[in-house]
Design a protein around this ligand. Sequence first.
Ligand SMILES: [Zn+2]
Ligand SMILES: [Zn+2]
Length: 270
Amino acid sequence: MLNHEGKDSLSPLPGGLKFSILSSGSGGNSVYIEAGGKRILIDAGLSEKKLSQRIAHIDRSLNGLDAVFATHEHSDHIRGMGPLLRKHQLQLFTTEGTFKRAGPSMGTLPGFNPIRAGQPVEFGELVVEPYATPHDAEESVAFVIHYRGLRLGLATDLGKVTQEVTSKLQKLDALLIESNHDVDMLDAGPYPWVTKRRIKSDVGHLSNEACGELLSSVKHSGLRLVVLMHMSETNNYPELARITARQALGQDSPEMIIAEQNHPTPLMAL
Ligand SMILES: [Zn+2]
Ligand SMILES: [Zn+2]
């Protein structure tokens, strides 16, 4: 595990950039991040109650978050958003497109702050940079998080790897990357034909192979951690995804973990 007691390649800065994937997959997504005394949540695809339980596992709480971001309007990313924001009086940061689509299901919110791809949002030294993702949602984004020279990339819910995606994910210290399905398992699996077609499309989800290709194009000696995300429980096996990613990363590949649907990861620090 990456922490301050770990290898000497890790940052000696007190505090550093810390994060935990509270939930990942089509049943709900949420990522917690903190740095420099600021704390944010990206997506709230579980109920407020479940998110409270997950975040308590890492000795943190939903109270007093500085911001909650939404990547896009699909329910596995915003299911718990309205109640979460109202109960804890938190500010939502998302694109106008996501807000327009998600607004009705979220209800009245304490505050909405529009964001745009390419326009970073600063919370002290914690900087959240949205970038556009090709996905079947309106104005969907993913993020690169910056803190004192550290870079944490999030790349989930994208149907293909664009030039913008590849360029945003260079020189990362850690990458949380979608490895959604194995194409053969999806083809042979139980999903209806239209769903299979959507998942495989340029605005669907990254397969293990596509994840591997993206990893190949962004790997570098400074990449210390890869977290495989948004993994299908029906159309993938964790070991299959892990092998494909390892092959793409090659020798001296960074530490790798798989984010789970039903358990939060430990709080990890860069
Ligand atoms: Zn999703
Ligand atoms: Zn989605």
